[in-house]
Design a protein around this ligand. Structure first.
Ligand SMILES: [Zn+2]
Length: 110
């Protein structure tokens, strides 16, 4: 998705990464499950000798960082915040439709 249109007709460009209008979130139970599955899978890779977690290099390998990032982003719900009207355009993980949330009037101007 290269861009998304808000109800106010603002087009939100999504080509840049990281994108300033995109936020990701997940339910706590999904977060716990993701963490458990990720550590379990990493441990299996370490035990199989495919991944070293010790040594002088304390940074994650770029490939591993990318895999974790894409796995996490693929598991999360997301919303886009319209820079014009402040609406949140929300996509829940697994849902095939989007929802719009507008800021309360008393919150405008904050
Ligand atoms: Zn808008």
């Amino acid at each position: 998705m290269a861009s998304i249109s808000c109800k106010c007709e603002q087009v939100i460009e999504l080509r840049t990464f990281p994108n300033p209008y995109t936020c990701y979130f997940m339910e706590e139970s999904e977060l716990l499950e993701f963490i458990e599955n990720t550590f379990s899978s990493l441990l299996k890779e370490v035990q199989a000798g495919n991944l070293r977690l010790q040594g002088d290099d304390t940074e994650l390998e770029p490939d591993l960082s990318y895999r974790l990032l894409t796995s996490l982003m693929g598991s999360m719900s997301r919303f886009y915040e319209c820079p014009n009207c402040g609406r949140l355009i929300l996509f829940r993980q697994g849902a095939d439709h989007r929802r719009h949330y507008s800021p309360d009037r008393e919150d405008e101007g904050e």
